[in-house]
Design a binder for this molecule. Sequence first.
Ligand SMILES: C[S@@+](CC[C@H](N)C(=O)[O-])C[C@H]1O[C@@H](n2cnc3c(N)ncnc32)[C@H](O)[C@@H]1O
Length: 270
Amino acid sequence: MPRPRPRAKGPAHFVERIAERDRRENLGLEYKWDDYRALSTERTVIENRCLYVINNFFWFGHGKPLVDAFAEVPRGKDQPFRLLDDGAGEGVFAAEMGAELAKAGIKCHTTALTLHENQALSARHHRGEVSEVVVGPAERFVPKRSFHAIVSMIGSTSYTLSPVRKDHLLKFAYSLVPGGLLLAGFEVATEAAKALTPGNIPFGFSRRPKRDRKMPLETEMRGIERAFDKRGFDARFVEYPKIARQIDRVPRWMLIVRRRLPGNRPTPRG
Ligand SMILES: C[S@@+](CC[C@H](N)C(=O)[O-])C[C@H]1O[C@@H](n2cnc3c(N)ncnc32)[C@H](O)[C@@H]1O
């Protein structure tokens, strides 16, 4: 008897896997409003890397400016470029990137995903500089439509617990259109960002996790690359030079993922 074909995986599949793992291993990913309200601007510094910095970071790893790489992502005629900024902070990058794409003649729909609302982000949204704001734990976020690009500089992919990070990144990757790009910072280095990592903020989103198995970074990174490779994505980690990292206050690593177009073979590793 023919075996049933496995269900095509999409973002919801990975959100369910994360929830299931949380239940099974009692990780403590069950955020409540009060848990993340503590991350409001009054309590913490929201750092905001601007387009200039994120562009430098990307240019180093990819060899071209973000706007050019985004312009190459296949899109339907008259379809706006759909960009997700995961961990948008005050929305500086999302707003600037939207404006930069507009200058290049590309209409953009920007979604700012944030654990906690803040005034600056709401104001940008009201002024129309950011198209949409989604508030809540990104680990539960299932997009209604696919994105042409997702940027998570120091966003949920940095803050989430390591046992679920691979699935969380896969969820974002499966939220891309074919040919779409994901850029994620890896291994946060700045002091303010470290202060937000799990366990450091009493009553915050980052209340002490019940369990956060830490595996060696190298092991985690190789596992992530393998997981992407076999699922139809080209993925690689690029190490940002230390001096530039200190100036730009960006993570040590950048993960660049491209969803392969149907029929495309994996790009050989350089
Ligand atoms: C330090 S700010 C970084 C802002 C900006 N991306 C940057 O690099 O400057 C961290 C952002 O990540 C968001 N964040 C952290 N954990 C999150 C989670 N689990 N789900 C959704 N957003 C999260 C916070 O709400 C905040 O917007």
